[in-house]
Ligand binder design. Structure first.
Ligand code: NAD
Ligand code: MN
Length: 358
């Protein structure tokens, strides 16, 4: 019997709604498999917790998460609490202190869905974005001066380290190699950003010489955004800095059906610390409480979590079950053209899981 432990942070808004479905799925997987179990513990760290305690998590929060194999996060953010507090005091400390330097975001059109890009088919939309997750544009350095005067200014420093760039770029090449892909595209902007980006480009080129079988391309972020729409079939692995990767993956999510479908893993490849899996969407205050959020992004994130734990067959079983339900087309949440609730779609996927696996 294998035991896995997961710390669960349902969060705010639709976070707890999609996480409820995620936890049922874990239970179903354990039922089907018999040889594995998940021990989960829920942590109520969210904006409500912030209102009550003046902080997003307790002082020893990170220490409490440390012993778990993995972390599952719903979504964080609520009207009335500034986003820079909810994100900077919960998600970013977890990503950074647990060295989750890889943010893995598949961009893949699932079977049964159509892309808003009219002429694109499934095979055209199947690549992965590797977002650097610990440094770059999301630095904590900078400041504001002359506040309240006409001369007020803000400076935000970008931080790019050789260590940080090398490890994310190398990871991306290794991922390409391991998955039999032949093309690596690195997002850049060295024509406009004249210190950090030329440094990034140099390191990409250095490392690419270790991978002669992989065709490496440096593409400016503005053009790259356009290519995500005009020729997505030309990508296998895309590696990008923190901000560029963040923006590119919401765009990527949109071309494969929307934010309700898009999963992610914040990964510590060395497995020295827990990795964290979460849908890339936020707490969606506009639909929170209605029970209509799409749970697929969360369930797919759990599929990625299973892959990370080495349970690849189970990860595939989850994704296959999701696709079965999409192909059947009967149970869909409103964001993908149906009338089903979060729970109904979750139940349909679990039924399919039992059918395939049980
Ligand atoms: P959002 O992702 O919450 O919502 C954007 C749009 O997508 C909304 O119209 C929403 O209804 C829709 N949407 C998102 N997830 C969906 C789902 N599962 N099913 C159906 N529709 C879905 O982004 P936002 O509105 O910019 O941000 C809302 C809050 O979430 C903010 O506080 C923001 O800071 C936070 N946020 C948190 C995370 C995170 O927890 N990692 C990520 C992004 C945004
Ligand atoms: Mn984002």
């Amino acid at each position: 019997m294998k035991h896995y432990s997961a710390a669960v942070i349902p969060g705010d808004g639709i976070g707890p709604e999609v996480m409820e479905v995620g936890l049922s799925l874990l239970q179903s997987i354990a039922d089907i498999h018999g040889g594995i179990s998940f021990q989960t513990e829920s942590f109520p760290w969210n904006c409500q917790y912030y209102r009550e305690h003046g902080r997003m998590m307790p002082e020893d929060g990170l220490q409490r998460l440390r012993p778990f194999d993995v972390i599952l996060l719903g979504a964080i953010g609520a009207p009335g609490v500034p986003d820079h507090i909810s994100v900077w005091e919960l998600i970013l400390p977890i990503r950074r202190s647990f060295q989750q330097y890889v943010n893995l975001r598949p961009i893949k059109l699932l079977r049964g869905l159509e892309s808003p890009l009219r002429y694109k088919q499934h095979d055209d939309l199947d690549f992965v974005v590797v977002r650097e997750n610990t440094e770059g544009e999301y630095s904590n350095m900078g400041g504001r001066l002359h506040v309240g005067t006409p001369y007020e200014l803000a400076v935000q420093n970008n931080v790019f380290t050789r260590y940080g760039i090398e490890r994310i770029v190398r990871f991306s090449f290794e991922l390409a190699k391991a998955t039999g892909k032949t093309r690596l595209t690195a997002a850049t902007k060295s024509n406009g950003i004249n210190h950090s980006m030329p440094f990034w480009d140099e390191i990409v080129k250095e490392i690419s010489s270790d991978y002669p079988d992989i065709e490496t391309q440096l593409t400016h972020i503005d053009a790259l955004s356009a290519f995500f729409v005009s020729r997505p079939e030309s990508f296998d692995v895309v590696v990008a800095s923190n901000l560029f990767g963040d923006i590119l993956t919401d765009l990527g999510a949109a071309v494969v059906g929307g934010l309700g479908l898009a999963p992610s893993g914040n990964i510590n490849p060395e497995k020295q610390y827990p990795s964290m899996f979460e849908p890339i969407h936020g707490s969606a205050p506009d639909i929170a409480g209605k029970g209509i959020a799409n749970p697929i992004a969360t369930l797919w994130s759990i599929s990625m979590m299973l892959d990370h734990l080495g349970e690849r067959e189970l990860g595939k079983l989850v994704l296959d079950s999701i696709e079965d339900v999409l192909i059947a087309g009967e149970v869909r949440t409103p964001d993908i053209g149906g009338k089903a609730t979060t729970r109904e779609l979750g139940d349909a996927i679990r039924e399919q899981l039992y059918r395939r696996g049980g």
